[in-house]
Design a protein around this ligand. Structure first.
Ligand code: PRP
Ligand code: URA
Length: 209
């Protein structure tokens, strides 16, 4: 079964609380999503391999660690996942971006892929799928399945808020995928919204409500 990493950090907890406030402005919401994305990226990249490089400090020559240059692709689930891309790229500037468009049937809540554009070498890259919300898990499940269809093997999922139902779905359908999240909330309401949650992440990032 994939591992679940829940951020245990006061900065993330504090920023998430502001995010949840219904009176937080679109501008602040967008900035906070990006900042929390950056902080979770810190955890999600903890296992990146290092190599050694010789540097000349003002005092001497020394062998020091540098990233081994693993190829990474960040994959936002449209739309709301776009809000996390900037934070990831600030931490991992060399990452490529692959977009996956997903909409949910409003009655069944089941997702459908309508767009997927990736770098040519996507199958050779480590994949970080990003989306603020893991609710039923349907969108993330379908996004992971699409990346696997394209040959990707090493996949992680990064979300801001998850519920146990969505986590269970990913762990059961994709036991090879680890999940990194900012918080685990209580439950889903009858419309598939996370409670207490933060509302419709896409609408709040893009100001469409
Ligand atoms: C939201 C969210 C996830 C999905 C989570 O997107 O950003 O993609 O819902 O729900 P699930 O786990 O039940 O699939 P939404 O469908 O509202 O689209 P949007 O990003 O365009 O707002
Ligand atoms: N999608 C959202 O944007 N918010 C939720 O609470 C659940 C799904």
């Amino acid at each position: 079964m994939g591992k679940l990493f829940v951020m245990d950090h006061p900065l993330v907890a504090h920023k998430l609380t502001i995010l949840r406030d219904k009176d937080t402005s679109v501008k602040d919401f967008r900035e906070l999503v990006s900042e929390i994305g950056m902080l979770i990226t810190y955890e999600a990249t903890r296992d990146l391999p290092l190599t050694v490089k010789s540097v000349e400090t003002p005092l001497c020559q020394a062998d020091m660690p540098v990233l081994a240059g693993k190829k990474i692709a960040v994959v936002p689930i449209l739309r709301a996942g776009l809000g996390l891309v900037d934070g990831v790229l600030r931490m991992v500037p060399s990452a490529r971006v692959a977009h996956i468009g997903m909409y949910r049937d409003e009655e069944t809540l089941e997702p459908h892929v309508y767009f997927c554009k990736t770098p040519k070498d996507i199958a050779e890259r480590d994949i970080l799928i990003v989306d603020p919300m893991l609710a039923t898990g349907g969108s993330a499940d379908a996004a992971i399945a699409e990346m696997k269809r394209r040959g990707c093997k090493n996949i992680k999922l990064m979300v801001l808020v998850a519920v146990p139902q969505g986590i269970a779905r990913i762990q059961s359908c994709h036991p090879d995928v680890d999940i990194y999240c900012g918080a685990v909330d209580d439950h889903l309401d009858e419309h598939g919204y996370i409670v207490p949650g933060l509302g419709d992440a896409g609408d709040r990032i893009f100001g469409t409500k």
